[in-house]
Write a new protein. Sequence first.
Lengths: 209, 375
Amino acid sequence: MALVNSSHALMMNRGLSFESKDGVAGIYQEIISSKSIPLMRLDNFRRAGEKARLAMIGSMLALADAGLSTGGNAAIIGWGGEESMAENRAYFTDYAVNGRFLGRSQLFVGTLPSTPLCEAAICLNIHGPVYYFQSDGGLDAVLTEAESLLSSKSGGQALLLGAGCGELLALLLEQSGKAHDYSHSLGIDDMSGIYHSLKKEAGNCSKRG
Amino acid sequence: MGNSPVIVSADLITAYGHGLDQCWNGFMSQQRPFTPITRFPTTGIEGVVAATVPDSSYDGSLSLAGHLLGKTAKTTLELPADTELFLATTVGEIDLMEQEILLHRTEKCAPTCGSLLARTKAIFDKKHASLISAACASGNMALARAAAKIQAGIIEYAIVAGCDVVSEFVFSGFASLGAIDLKGTRPYDRDRAGLTLGEAAGVIVLASEDATHRDGLPRLARLTGWNMTCDAVHITAPRSDGLQLVNAIRNILKTSGITPSEIGGIIGHGTGTVFNDSMEINALNAVFNENARPLFSTKGGVGHTLGAAGIIQAAAAVKAIQEMLLPPQTGLREPMPGAEHMVSDQAQKLATPKILSLNTGFGGINAVLLIEECS
């Protein structure tokens, strides 16, 4: 489990944290230079948008938090309710103010809710199902969705990437909804509790920074 | 197969008009209902065509997607209140965001897919609804997730709705990528030059085997297999050899216990772009080798309808199984290399009532379904 925002990244199981005043790119540099987790080559990091960068780093840290260096055939499910609204507005505003002549392709490719998830899959060489999910139930609903997906796949893992308010929560689940490589089993209620405490911790970090 | 979800109804609104039969007859006639875009300026590429829905009743008081889905809701079977709704879309109510920006409105719009989800939930009057957005594979992905939940006994009924509309947002984006064929798409053709945008709303209702018997519902076809993979190669281009699409197809065949030669036909993604169609043909040749199966793309007729594409394909598969044939390929002049024994400008008979439906999308997402006759 990992939580990332523009100034901090936290790994739940290993208790590691990274800080930078240079945004998500700075956090990435901190992670690389620390050599404390398996190095994953995020080759597309520089060209990716902010949300995709968060997805790449969050996925990498969640895998590393579980002692893994690759996602294999894990599923990636995005959630959080923001979709790609900021990217949609950025693309179409740019198109409109420039005379409605031709859009910028590099802005257009970021306008799907599934784009950050696919960017993470590309960087980490993950080949499972990828989709963005939303329903009324928040984190509980996406955990239930992931559990159902893993049951129908007869095993494997799922990375859940929840984005909102400039931060991203990355959870790695195994079949039956248990978090990978934890000393005790976590149910949905536990996950919700951890999520809220991590958010609180991240908020405190931001204030300290 | 005993627990496989059953397709109990299918309805479509496409450029051919309202209804599955209307759409099927359009495919069979090889008519291309493409018309020049007049909904928004296409500066620099005047005369470019799209497959828009001929609908004079739309007054602009709500999103076009909401309007089209409302029409399909009127034809949906009476279903229990706890029926789960799955919505497949890529940009949802993007026309509302366009208006906000172009008219300099100050109020902030809601996210476009989520707002369409809320509207669709109200239109169909259902308590439980989920959005599944997986680029142009959204339709098959949503059908797969609904089917899996029925097979697992989590739900008994599912409404799977898909909708996207021809918008300035999407058109300008695909144009910026050089992906639009100005004169109209020709899937799997040697001289294919890109896609034609289309718009549609489609609804498939799935039910458990038990529910169809208990409630006396029509049994149109059975959704017996699904598999999803990701190329993880490039954010817009597919992996050229189609390896992950091959894996998805082989996984379905293996799980279903059938051989490639038992597949009767394939409804491909077939956008008409150079790269997509090439990848698909490479993948199909890798799986089927000398046992080439009949292949058809709906997009030669109804255009690329994005989130609705998989829904249209599943509905077309129902009709193809009933008629035991695939329609002639709309827009085809000369098959592209490698597809000579797959596509045809004549209707092709199915050797078996088993159809694969393929979706692929940006980011390398692949989603494949196996649809069979209901015995």
